[in-house]
Design a protein around this ligand. Structure first.
Ligand code: MLT
Length: 394
């Protein structure tokens, strides 16, 4: 038997599992201390009423013989593919329904998408990064070339002057830094990907948080992207689906490499690897794009962004450098007093009872930085901001 030896090359543990382990140990030692959790980017507001109503209606349909549904189409129900298509068209990204594949979430497809490519590819990935891009490429046996995201490039690395790539990962608005690429910057990336025949994998999980003009929501707003980019998106952060699980991936029909059509390959991959996402969940996702659904999810996004603004303003008034929050739920801060990321994690947990995410867990360029999320409760976030500044001064 042969095992995938690349598992040996992964870091000791997955970032969020390590955070949970340390929080668990702290809880055992201090069972009565109330913790404020601004670590993993998990939503805390309940599902919006129009989404819950759609779920209920769909469950009712499943009760009746005439409306009961069995296996879902593996590419997604036409009603949801159509709803996603028209959502993207609203941003000026014109696609066909058969280019949109409904998924059980962005993370699942970020892992699955690599089945389209062979081993040994050269992959450009930002550092710091959502750890899933790096780990899935290590497991696939690819060669990662890191692009540092740092204050000098405004945390938005641009295409390298020399050297090509086979795959390029971009996440905009970015996890973890909270920064977002402008249209002009994404144009440069699309031109670069096309010039080196690379495929750009664009993670749009946080598109609903974009608050500024001139920041594309979809890579297909950029001319030329339909022949060089795949987009992966999710209802998790947009509409609170972290527990329900639903997303979508766009693989345009014009995307061909090495004589093969990637849309046809992905369609085949879906056919052999999934029986689709549950009907009731897809009806709930469809409700996100109705006028009351969209209004409700926008309200939730504003709530989270206000939390991010509270954290950012506390840090700024304490003179602690930070970015993010404007087009993103994440705040990326410099650890105070020269602390390493994990030192600050422990310090903040011990002295303030606040949980964040150590920047070094997102890559070596994140060392000395720390990520906080706006996904918490508003009142608790206010308390956390005060405690954060106090802890930074200790
Ligand atoms: C994060 O905190 O980076 C994300 O919530 C993790 C995820 O989406 O899997």
């Amino acid at each position: 038997m042969k095992l995938n030896e690349n598992y040996r090359s992964l870091s000791r543990s997955y970032l969020f599992s390590e955070v949970e382990k340390r929080v668990g140990a702290f809880r055992e030692m201090h069972p009565n201390q109330e913790l404020i959790r601004l670590g993993i980017g998990d939503v805390t507001l309940p599902l919006a009423a129009p989404i819950v109503a759609a779920l209920h209606d769909a469950v009712e349909e499943m009760k009746e013989k005439q409306t009961f549904r069995g296996y879902a189409p593996e590419h997604g129900y036409p009603f949801l593919r159509a709803a996603v298509r028209s959502h993207l068209e609203g941003y000026g990204a014109v696609l066909q329904e058969d280019e949109i594949f409904i998924s059980s979430g962005a993370k699942d497809d970020l892992a699955g998408i690599l089945s389209l490519f062979g081993a040994g590819n050269t992959v450009l990935i930002q550092d710091p990064v959502y750890p899933v891009y790096a780990d899935t490429n290590i497991l696939a046996g690819n060669r990662i070339v890191w692009m540092r995201a740092e204050p000098e490039n405004d945390f938005l690395p641009m295409p390298p002057k020399d050297g090509g790539a086979d795959l390029i990962y971009l996440c905009s608005p970015n996890n973890p830094t909270g920064r977002a690429y402008s249209r002009a910057q994404l144009e440069q990336w699309v031109q670069y990907a096309a010039a080196c025949d690379a495929v750009l994998i664009f993670d749009a999980a946080y598109e609903a948080f974009i608050g500024q003009h001139g920041i594309p929501h979809s890579i297909y707003e950029i001319p030329g992207a339909q022949t060089c980019a795949i987009e992966i998106a999710s209802f998790s952060k947009t509409a609170g689906f972290t527990g329900l699980r639903c997303g979508y991936t766009v693989v345009p029909r014009g995307l061909c490499r090495c004589g093969q059509n990637l849309n046809a390959m992905w369609e085949r991959r879906k056919a052999v690897s999934t029986n689709g996402v549950a009907y009731v969940i897809q009806r709930a996702a469809q409700a996100v794009y109705t006028p009351p659904g969209w209004k409700a999810v926008q309200d939730a996004v504003s709530y989270y962004k206000k939390n991010a603004a509270v954290i950012a303003s506390a840090l700024q008034s304490a003179g602690i450098p930070c970015c993010g929050g404007v087009n993103s739920p994440y705040i990326w801060m410099k650890c105070p007093n020269g602390m390493t990321s994990w030192q600050f994690f422990d310090h903040l947990l011990q002295t303030a009872g606040v949980v964040g995410t150590p920047g070094s867990g997102f890559g070596s360029a994140g060392e000395g930085c720390f990520r906080l999320t706006g996904f918490g409760d508003a009142e608790k976030t206010r308390q956390a901001a005060v405690r954060l500044v106090q802890a930074a001064a200790l």
